[in-house]
Design a protein around this ligand. Sequence first.
Ligand code: NDP
Ligand code: PYC
Length: 338
Amino acid sequence: MNELLNLSLTEVHNLAVEVLEKNGLGSDHAHAIAKVITAGERDECYSHGVYRLIVSVNTLKQGKVNKSALPEVIDVAPAVVKVDAKFGYSQLAFEMGAKHLAEKAKKVGIAALAINNCYHFSALWPEVEHLASQGLVGLALTPSHSWVAPAGGTKPVFGTNPIAFAWPRPGGDPYVFDFATSAVARGEIELHRRSGKAIPFGWAVDASGEPTDNAEAGLAGAMLTFGQHKGSALSCMIELLAGPLIGDLLSSESQAFDAGAGATPCHGELILALDPKVFLGADTEANFGRAEKLFEQITGQGARLPSQRRFDARARSEKNGVFVPKKLLDDILAFINR
Ligand code: NDP
Ligand code: PYC
């Protein structure tokens, strides 16, 4: 039976910091990562919650990540800021760049943050939610490793390439979506493999290009895009915008850079922020009211907004803590000899 153990959010955060620090990661990075891992588990985004500690420690063991990298913020133009993560993890680079991004967006109306040379494993919603909490509209994109076949093909080219968007809502949770442009995040297939579960057909093909419901075979073959040619084109756009546009690696190049080590992907990320007040001035409130009417047209017929499940999970976890599979927790505790 898959026994579950109850942990408070503080316990999850402290565990993450301890595991990362004891495996050599600098304290600033460990705290920045612990924050997003705890948020992932809290919001029941299991592919990017505490499971990521396993991936992070295995990556640290590869010796490629700069464990004490001090990201460098580079002011490129009135609306563009870059952060060179210096081959450390992305989370600290985002924390350092985000305040410059927000300042620029509030001055110019629209601004971009390009993070370069970062090891990237996290969900993107914490970043766009952070922007929305300051009244900004946010959009974030990043490639990964070439695991995903283009629609009509069977050989991996694209990353799982997530895209996240947040729209601030007066007095409530923002409107947020955040999804891989593959049918599902790779982490979700990895979790199916760990628990010996079949995957739905449509997520992946095996190494000979045949549809498969076997997680191991799908990971060894090629994942598929969501929405056929539509997901495929979006995925290609993400490769271009968060790759060549910002002078960083495509998913295939990131995979080549990994040279078979199996580490977390290393590449860039592009984050855009737009300030509605600059676009709208005195008309901001009225136009946000129109946005609310749109959301009512969705929820009013029984459909749900993306992230509603997450916000409900958040409220639950803040009250009751989270429930982590014992096997997963044992594997994590083994990293600190407990
Ligand atoms: P999911 O398919 O689980 O969810 C995608 C989005 O769709 C969420 O915003 C979700 O909201 C929303 N959604 C799901 N079902 C419905 C519904 N019935 N009605 C309305 N909205 C719905 O995500 P993925 O597996 O594609 O991705 C999971 C995570 O993996 C993402 O956070 C992504 O950033 C991360 N990722 C990171 C990568 C990286 O390189 N760093 C690569 C790939 C993925 P809700 O959460 O409320 O269900
Ligand atoms: O789940 O696809 C994924 C993923 C790739 C990098 C980080 N997460």
